[in-house]
Design a protein around this ligand. Sequence first.
Ligand code: FES
Length: 146
Amino acid sequence: MNNRRNFLKTACKPIVLAALGIPLIESCSTENDSSNIDILNNNQPGQNSSRNQLEINLDDDRFKDLKQIGGWLNFTAENILLVRISDEEIRVFDNACPHQGARNLWSFDGSNFTCSNHNNSFSASCSGSLRCYETNLEGNILTIEF
Ligand code: FES
């Protein structure tokens, strides 16, 4: 009896109603779901972003690996993989692995990204399996279109 009373006091209301046979569609989450939007709109130094576009100032120290050809970066704050192809081109991909979606297990060998979750490799070409975004590089400003 005490367990049932504790359950009713602490359980989420929709779960209690569902347990009583009363259907209700509602989320039990109490977190503010705007956190993803905040990341995109809360510009960091070196970044200027909106929902459809992200500007990166390559002078920002976080992007120093992109100064050299072959340099790459998994920018997890925006879920993108970036690789310097030439002086004029930086390619940008979604960092979700096409296999099962892992985002933070990447390595790069100069032409392919490998996800160590199951060791699948994907070409750093925009015609490969990784989702490629359009980019424009002007000086040290990289603009990414999502
Ligand atoms: S999730 Fe990346 S290889 Fe399986």
